[in-house]
Design a protein around this ligand. Sequence first.
Ligand code: PCA
Length: 204
Amino acid sequence: MESRILISAFEPFDGDSLNPSWEALRSLTPLPNNGEILRLLLPVSFREAPRLLREAVEKHKPQIVLSLGLAGGRSGFSLERIAVNLADARIPDNDGEQPRDLFLYPGEETAYLSTLPLGQLLNELEKESLPASLSNTAGLFVCNAVFYEAARLQARGRIRQAGFIHLPYLPEQAAEKNAPSMSLEDMVRGLNRVVERLLSQELA
Ligand code: PCA
């Protein structure tokens, strides 16, 4: 079955001049087997990013939404398990907004689980000898808000699967911060395998 996947990534934030999620997404070259890839660049904005994702889903009607973002300080691919109905920003977003301890959607589900086949994706990354792990928190900043939005759309039947992967810093960002990093080449190699795997699923 032909699948369409929407992959989102973010603009730079917190003083950085690039965001590895977008650098990797724009370099993706998965084998063109049986699917279509739509790429979406999102602003690091609580107000705009979830809305833009929702509009892209309504317009393009993908079956799968995979969102990517940076988690500075982590050392490998973080396959996020849980999107939480909370915003609690340590720093302002790119609009200068800094929500503290607020619900994203008051009165709605506390959390959603990723509906991507995380175990299979982890396997793909391990086969490539790339560092990867399941993560139990996507934070409470804009990435989590976008993940929650996609998971909410999935729960409402608008898409079949929704999930989020956090990436480490690129080496050029990490040097001055003394933090772990991954080369762009490795990020792209891993994400290519992930996307191929997602596109080759039989979605009933
Ligand atoms: N990482 C941030 C927001 C954008 C990004 O790439 C986060 O983890 O929430």
